[in-house]
Write a protein that binds this ligand. Structure first.
Ligand SMILES: Cc1cc2nc3c(=O)[nH]c(=O)nc-3n(C[C@H](O)[C@H](O)[C@H](O)COP(=O)(O)OP(=O)(O)OC[C@H]3O[C@@H](n4cnc5c(N)ncnc54)[C@H](O)[C@@H]3O)c2cc1C
Length: 403
């Protein structure tokens, strides 16, 4: 029954997309005989479990490399951490672990092409909202640039309360993840990727050269079983443990954010960031203030004391926010590995010819790290050497789940 459902779904996929291009194997024997060469096989080259920014950016890179891609999400694509984020591309934040520095710079360098590709596919641009960050650090920390004078600070963010901190200016961009949520899934579908919402992968069975994904699809209050077959599977399940044995044990870390609005012209165009607090301008007098870091499981509620504390500390740092109106508040779950580093690569090293992959644990920097992670995953699957050393991100460095 399950199998029949799969066959009919995959057949309709083929009917809808008759013109998909032929796979470019680039000499990788693993990909020889892919589903794209023979669409009647009804086998995807790769199924991606989880359609947050990590899963979808990998989907796009893999599709652009010629693979036939399926992406599944247990709810709507881009509606978890990737929607909740503040959107800073903070490649040079001195609080980032040094192990992610090279990946951060690599990913940041890929951002213009990533956004151009999305615009080309979706017909809509994702605007860069800010291009500079004023970072404040205690005097005993080394700043990434020259310390600014109080006159310079006043020009960039009038009335900033520097206290005992030294501030420097960084060329760092930010975008609004709500723009990504609105535009990226459409771009993914326009690329010919089969993106399915409300489809939770429950189990992956491996049999011979292909994997069978068993899923539950929710529609109009009903749940239907479905199955899909793919030669490779990438788990990009964010804070959720991937539904397979030996999945890395990542955990959720809740972050609450509050959006404040002040009337009149924008008074700063810089992100203001100090230890434990940031203020991200979104334009039109809107500012996002974040974020808490909480170990409360999968709870995604907001709490008044935490939100009030964020707003109070933001106004203390930058007094123009003192009379701001609170216009929204939300929370999201950052995916965190025990050592705080991403998990990227094959699920297990023991397998010399891997077909099960993972990309998760991007913690506080998943928006920044998405295009870089996507290229690394794509290189690995195609049998190429990634541009960045990923030894620190290996899955087998971590304890695994008992699923
Ligand atoms: C408050 C906050 C502020 C942040 N600010 C920034 C920032 O300024 N800059 C930055 O770079 N990063 C920031 N981040 C971090 C960033 O949001 C995350 O690292 C990133 O979104 C992780 O992306 P993801 O795709 O791995 O996870 P998610 O976006 O959570 O996506 C995972 C997806 O997998 C799906 N899924 C899980 N299990 C299954 C299953 N079995 N079957 C099908 N689907 C499944 C989920 O439904 C989900 O949609 C912030 C995060 C938070 C919470």
């Amino acid at each position: 029954m399950l199998w029949l459902t799969f066959v009919s779904l995959a057949t309709s996929y083929n009917n809808e997309k008759p013109g998909k291009r032929i796979i470019q194997t680039k000499g990788n024997p693993r990909m020889t005989g892919s589903g794209k060469q023979n669409p009647a096989e009804n086998i995807y080259d790769i199924a991606i479990v989880g359609a947050g920014i990590i899963g979808l950016s990998a989907a796009l890179a893999l599709s652009d490399a010629g693979l036939r891609v399926l992406a599944l999400d247990q709810q709507e694509a881009m509606h978890e951490a990737s929607w909740a984020a503040a959107g800073m591309l903070a490649a040079n934040d001195p609080h980032n672990p040094p192990e992610i520095h090279a990946l951060s710079l690599y990913s940041e360098s890929l951002y213009p092409a990533f956004l151009d590709r999305i615009e080309q596919l979706a017909g809509r641009a994702i605007p860069i909202r800010t291009t500079q960050t004023l970072e404040g650090l205690p005097a005993d920390h080394s700043l990434s640039g020259q310390p600014l004078t109080s006159e310079e600070i006043d020009q960039l963010a009038p009335r900033l309360n520097t206290g005992s901190l030294s501030f420097s200016l960084m060329n760092e961009r930010s975008l609004d993840p709500c723009d990504l949520t609105e535009i990226l899934p459409g771009a993914i579908r326009a690329a010919g990727i089969d993106l399915r919402d409300h489809t939770q992968v429950l189990r992956v069975e491996s049999d011979g050269p292909a994997h069978r994904l068993l899923a539950a699809r929710r529609a109009e209050g009903q749940t239907e079983e479905e199955s899909f077959t793919a030669r490779h599977v990438l788990f990009a399940t964010g804070a959720w443990i991937a539904p397979i044995a030996h999945a890395p044990a990542v955990e959720p870390r809740k972050g609450q954010l509050v959006a404040l609005k002040i009337d009149g012209p924008d008074q700063t165009e810089c992100v203001l960031r100090i230890p434990g607090l940031y203020i991200v301008p979104r334009g039109d007098g809107n500012y996002v203030v974040g974020a808490t870091l909480e170990n409360t499981g999968f709870d995604q509620s907001t709490s008044e004391p935490q939100l009030a504390d964020l707003a109070r500390r933001a106004a203390e740092l930058w007094p123009p926010l003192a009379n701001a109106e609170r216009v929204a508040a939300w929370a999201g779950l950052r995916p965190m590995a025990p050592d705080g580093l991403p998990v990227i690569g094959p699920l297990s090293r023991a397998d010399g010819n891997p077909t099960l992959w993972v990309a998760t644990g991007h913690f506080r920097n998943g928006i920044l790290l998405a295009p870089g992670t996507a290229h690394i995953v794509c290189d690995l699957i195609l049998g190429h050497t990634p541009q960045v050393n990923i030894a620190a991100f290996r899955a087998d460095r971590l304890a695994t789940s008992a699923v």
